[in-house]
Design a protein around this ligand. Structure first.
Ligand SMILES: *[C@@H]1O[C@H](CO)[C@@H](O)[C@H](O)[C@H]1NC(C)=O
Ligand SMILES: *[C@@H]1O[C@H](CO)[C@@H](O)[C@H](O)[C@H]1NC(C)=O
Ligand SMILES: *[C@@H]1O[C@H](CO)[C@@H](O)[C@H](O)[C@H]1NC(C)=O
Length: 309
């Protein structure tokens, strides 16, 4: 658009506004933000998580103890909820979650039962005997809507697709099981003006941002690795295709005795917060569950997919 036409659009807008004609007005109250209050981090040292040489004083500034961050994805061939319109995005893997492993690969789960939004906790009883009660309130999708984030909700319904349960149940599970153990999403990090569920929406935004860093389908396809019900691949073919792009070997998960590719986990350390920081990939700390060779990367059932662009 030339400067001239832009100018005329502006003057047109002003003219309409002055005339008091019906015109899509700006919202009176703007949509509340969902970011944490990080000004206390400015005077603290910054580093990649799990690489700090001194102890982390303010856990809002860096995920701790869960500084080994995993962005996890699924390759499913069906959802089981096709009749409800829950379909997989063509030419893309789907989001599983964003997990806070401890630096040694162990992990915590369901760390804050006051933020328990998982209708079907798994495990329902934690190793220390704590019972995780099933959540029966409104789905976490309603939290996203309440913050005016139809854009985020649409993306999640396209790319964060559950198998065997409604999407919102799965998102609630991921938040309550994992994000409550990720210190940068602690309620205290949002300051004194915390609005309920700000942390939930902020986490979903962070998951989507992390997912964008690892376009698995395209990275594999660009290396000639595409879904096929005929061909098989070796584990090193899969690993090399990703390593040449991210610098590290992710975890590949397979079902059916290591023969059917079903998931990928990207491991990283993060500088600053999971919300805004830079992710530095590192090699998986977990051994692949796929066989060395003969791995099937199955084509999806045609009626389980849809075009999402
Ligand atoms: C980094 O900080 C955490 C939290 O204070 C601490 O537990 C950990 O020991 C520190 N790591 C190193 C290498 O000093
Ligand atoms: C996996 O392999 C074992 C031993 O070869 C076999 O008994 C079992 O049925 C296999 N499982 C599946 C799911 O194929
Ligand atoms: C590929 O094979 C899987 C597993 O048998 C099946 O579910 C899927 O429908 C097949 N896809 C196509 C396009 O034939």
């Amino acid at each position: 658009m030339s400067p001239r036409s832009r100018l005329s659009l502006v003057s047109c807008f002003i003219a309409v506004a002055h005339a008091g004609l019906p015109f899509p007005s700006f919202p009176q109250v703007s949509i509340p933000n969902t970011f944490p209050q990080l000004s206390a981090c400015l005077s603290a040292p910054s580093f990649f998580s799990c690489e700090n040489t001194t102890s982390i004083a303010d856990t809002c500034c860096s995920p701790t103890p869960g500084g080994l961050v995993l962005q996890t994805q699924f390759w499913d061939t069906f959802t089981g909820f096709e009749k409800k319109g829950q379909l997989l995005p063509k030419n893309s893997w789907t989001i599983h979650g964003l997990w806070p492993d401890n630096c040694d690969g162990s992990f915590e789960q369901y760390c804050d039962l006051s933020r328990q939004f998982d209708p079907a906790p798994s495990p329902a009883i934690l190793p220390d005997g704590t019972v995780v009660p099933p959540y029966i309130g409104p789905g976490v999708d309603t939290f996203v809507k309440a913050f005016g984030r139809a854009d985020l909700l649409a993306f999640m319904n396209d790319y964060w697709v559950s198998q065997g349960s409604p999407n919102a149940d799965f998102w609630g599970h991921e938040f309550s099981k994992h994000a409550t153990c990720t210190s940068t999403f602690d309620v205290a990090c949002y300051g004194t003006h915390y609005r309920k569920h700000q942390d939930v929406v902020d986490f979903f935004d962070a998951v989507v941002r992390a997912f964008h860093q690892y376009p698995t389908f395209n990275m594999l396809a660009s290396a000639g690795i595409t879904p096929s019900n005929v061909t098989t691949y070796t584990l090193s073919q899969l690993q090399n295709a990703i390593k040449t792009q991210t610098g590290s070997i992710p975890f590949f998960g397979c079902t059916t005795n290591g023969t059917v590719l079903s998931e990928v986990w990207y491991f990283s350390h993060v500088h600053g917060t999971e919300q805004f920081g830079a992710y530095k990939t590192i090699d998986s700390t977990t051994k692949s569950s796929c066989s060395a060779a003969g791995i099937r990367y199955l084509e999806r059932t045609r009626t389980s997919e849809r075009e999402v662009r």
